[in-house]
Design a binder for this molecule. Structure first.
Ligand SMILES: CC(C)(COP(=O)(O)OP(=O)(O)OC[C@H]1O[C@@H](n2cnc3c(N)ncnc32)[C@H](O)[C@@H]1OP(=O)(O)O)[C@@H](O)C(=O)NCCC(=O)NCCS
Length: 172
């Protein structure tokens, strides 16, 4: 299967909620996190706004079908990945890695200091994957305010705090 990664256009917004819902089915593999598979996701209008105001890339198959997306925001010289999702049928084919690589490339082009994210420390498709891409887990003392806020907001949504971590890829 071949796919391209490109910046999202406004017309892509409608395709993103189903991708995020499909991606989240993977959490059923971890029963305490299975509820995430049924959690509400941002709607097309919210994606539309994000495409206008943040950095969103999509992965597109040669037939035009969108299979994944990543959304990142530029905060204090850091590119922070807010969401990364690949539809269940297309996982494990290198799309997630290519989407993260697009964020890193953009951050380098903008001469930002780092790329950051929060994730599950112990799920094989989360922290271990980012670690292989060069990200390192941060202690709470090392994490900037936006990372503390992201972790806090996830805890308020019911994420188990002991399983969450902040990670950073240094670019300078
Ligand atoms: C995370 C996610 C986007 C990765 O997308 P993907 O297209 O499957 O990613 P890739 O095929 O590029 O694989 C990425 C790495 O994860 C590993 N991986 C992917 N799926 C995996 C699985 N189900 N179990 C174990 N490892 C897995 C791959 O081996 C690969 O490692 P490598 O590139 O270092 O060899 C996808 O799993 C997903 O949508 N998950 C649900 C939502 C989520 O967890 N988002 C991330 C929030 S921080």
């Amino acid at each position: 299967m071949t796919f391209d990664v490109r910046r999202a256009s406004l017309a892509d917004a409608v395709a993103l909620p189903p991708i995020e819902r499909s991606a989240a089915q993977l959490f059923r593999l971890d029963p305490p996190l299975a509820w995430l598979a049924d959690a509400e996701v941002p709607d097309a209008a919210q994606h539309l706004q994000a495409i206008e105001q943040t950095y969103v890339w999509v992965a597109e198959k040669s037939d035009g079908q969108l299979t994944g997306f990543v959304r990142a925001v530029d905060i204090n010289q850091q590119m922070h990945i807010e969401e990364l999702s690949v539809s269940q049928a297309f996982q494990g084919k290198g799309i997630g890695r290519a989407l993260v690589a697009a964020v890193i490339e953009q951050a380098r082009a903008m001469r930002l200091d780092s790329v950051t994210l929060t994730t599950f420390r112990d799920l094989p498709w989360n922290a271990p994957f980012y670690q292989r891409m060069g990200f390192a887990e941060l202690t709470l003392a090392q994490a900037d305010r936006h990372l503390h806020e992201a972790l806090q907001s996830e805890i308020l949504h019911g994420f188990p705090p002991e399983r969450r971590c902040a990670m950073r890829l240094r670019l300078i």
